[in-house]
Every structure is written in C-alpha cells, then in structure tokens.
Design a protein around this ligand. Sequence first.
Ligand code: APR
Ligand code: PHB
Length: 390
Amino acid sequence: MRTTVGIIGAGPAGLLLARLLHRAGIDSVVLESRDRAHVEQRQRAGVLEQGTVDALRAAGAGERMDREGLRHDGIELRFDGRRHRVDFPGRTGGRSVTVYAQTEVCKDLIALQLAEGGPLLFEAEALGVEGAESDRPRVRFRRQGTEDELECRYVVGCDGFWGVARKAFPASVTRVFERSYPYAWLGILADVAPSHDELVYARHDRGFALLSLRSPSVSRLYLQVPAATRAEEWTDDRTWTELESRFETRDGWTLRRGPVTQKSVTPMRSFVHEPMRHGRLFLAGDAAHIVPPTGAKGLNLAVGDAITLARALAYEKETDSAALLDAYSATCLRRVWQAERFSYDLTTLLHRAPGATAFDARLQLARLERIASSRAAETDLAEAYTGLWA
Ligand code: APR
Ligand code: PHB
C-alpha cells in the first residue's frame, strides 16, 4: 500500500488530521488498532476550547456539535465551603468553552472520513515505523492476521501514549520530560441531571472533586483517589457520600444522586517528548505529550497539533517550501509547555498530596483566595482555561 501521509491512530489527533488533509487535497491512510465500536465508546474528556470548536466547524465537522454541544461561560471554584464563579467572557473579552464529549467528536469525524475521506482501517495495528530518515518512510502493520507495509511520503504517529511511533526516534535525538502524580481520578458516569449548570472544581481537605456533564441528563463526576486504587474498591454509595463531603457548601447546595452506569480510574501524568519530529516522522497528540486532566487540555492540544501539521503539509504542497514543517515541533512545543504549566498549576492548586502539611493546605487556600479576589489572577485562569491560542 502507498499513500502521501500515513497516519497511525484514529483518536482526535489522527482523525482531524486526516479530515484536514482531505480538505487540502492531500491523501492519507489511517491505521487504527482497535475496532470502530471501541473507539466510539471510550469515555474521555469533554471540554472544547473556542479554537477547537472553530477548527471542527472549519473542517465541516461541527454540525452535531453546534446542535448538541453546550456553551459554558464559566466554572465554579469551590473551597472552604465557599463558591466562586469565574466568568469567562467577562474576563477574556468574550471567550467561552463548549462541553461536547471527545467520543462524540470522534464519532462525527469517523462518519465523515468513511463517507468522504481516504481509507480508515480499523483493527489494523502498526507494529513499527521504518526509514524515518529516508524519502519513503514505511509503517509495518498487521491486519486480519497478515502483515503488510504502508509506504508514505510522511508518517504521523497519532497513536496515543502507548503507541509505537515514538519508538522510531533514536535515543540520541530524544529528550523526555516526565512527572507522575501520587494520586488518580475515579470517574463515574451517572444517569442524573447535573447538580449545577457549570463545571465545579472543588478543593477539600479530603481531596479534589469535579462535577462535569455529558448532557442535560447525564452527569460526569470525578474524585481524587490514591494512585493504586481499583474502581471496584468504590461502591456507588461510598462514591456519592465522598462526593457529597467534598462538594459541601455553607449555603446548603445539594448533589443529586442517580444510577451509576460506568466507573473507572485514570492515572495522572505529565509527559513531553521532544522533539515532535524526526526526519519524515511526526508525532501529534498524546503520542508526544500528556497533561493531567485537571485543565481539560489533552483533547485541545491534540487538535492544535493536527491543525498545525495539516497547515504545514498544505503549505508544502502549495509552495514546495518545508518551512512550516521544519517549524512544526517548536511551534507545537511552545503551546504544549503552556498547557503543561497550566495543568500542573491547577492540579497542585486543587489536589491533596499525600503527606501534605497544614502549611500546604493554607497555601492552597491563599492561592484560591487570590483568584477569587484579584481580577488579574482570575483573568490569568480564564485565559488559560478557554484557550492558549485563539
Ligand atoms: N497501531 C494503530 N493504532 C494505534 C496503535 C498502533 N500500534 N497504538 C495506539 N493506537 C490507537 C489507539 O487505539 C487510539 O485510538 O491510537 C489512537 C490514539 O488516540 P488517543 O489516545 O485518543 O490520542 P489522541 O488522538 O492524541 O487524542 C488525545 O485523548 O487520551 C485522550 O486526554 C487525551 O483528550 C486527549 C486525547
Ligand atoms: C470531563 O467532563 O470529562 C472533564 C471536564 C473537565 C476536566 C476534566 C474532565 O478538567
């Protein structure tokens, strides 16, 4: 098999890249190791920055998002029994975010790709990338028990944190920056209307909690738990009771309970692989970087990479100049490190680290108090949350 751009992975990075390339008249083949149902059912994040919304619309993939996505003009910070709302448009000159689940973004992009785009092969597992430094890099893959090769002009690893593309970077050119956190998130999906119409980020002496949503009738909630926790350790009743304590306010706010339909534990990690390009091999999305989920930046970073790379490939096609391709890694890494910084700050602001002292707790409260009482500090949070690029 041959193509211009070989894309490994059909998450948001790979799917949006394929879509944008198709619109630019550049052909591609997407190899995805899992089946379609698995990719469309995975529970992931759900907050889209304005730039992500604009990009999906411009790619012709915004129709259902515009109908079903929910515009959110703020978040609530909850600490010390208090509630503080951050007004996004008021602090950022009009920016907001849209709540629309990542799985729905993927479903929309898959449907478009299958109807109009180049081949999207499910259950096609990339085994390795060869010849990254040559003119014709190749992806070895296995499909229906048979090994095959995809010969390309460029290969893009959009294969997530556990993918294979990164392994084709020689150790001599690679630097990895990493931090794992001594806690994780227990996430539940519940068939109950969200107890608040905006996301609530709660800092409590017992640990962090987050109230989010998937639709007006489905709540998504998270609890900070110790790193090695198994979801089975948390019965529904224990989970709701713990959520209630962490969301508690002095004004008598109540949390609505409902049937839990899904429960899982997500580890927390920061990770950056530099550079994001070697020869004719590029990395995009989680394959190159991970942020802890607190800032809701993972999906938005993946979209940012896909846009930057699609633009660079289209520019090369039109002008024969590789200038934007040469700048790809540095362009993306600037944004990635801003997202790493923001996600780290928000994570350490709101989570209780094991062994945290009373001093640490008071500092967290002072940082929150600062956001609640300073226009400048609140603007800093609102700008980063709604998007680091416009
Ligand atoms: N061959 C083919 N496909 C692969 C391989 C492989 N060897 N390894 C992994 N994949 C596929 C996975 O099955 C998955 O569908 O690559 C895809 C990677 O998708 P994501 O993990 O969704 O990564 P990305 O597109 O970068 O999107 C980042 O996902 O994890 C969340 O929080 C993160 O929201 C962010 C987003
Ligand atoms: C989610 O709805 O899954 C979600 C929302 C906000 C976050 C993280 C996850 O910061």
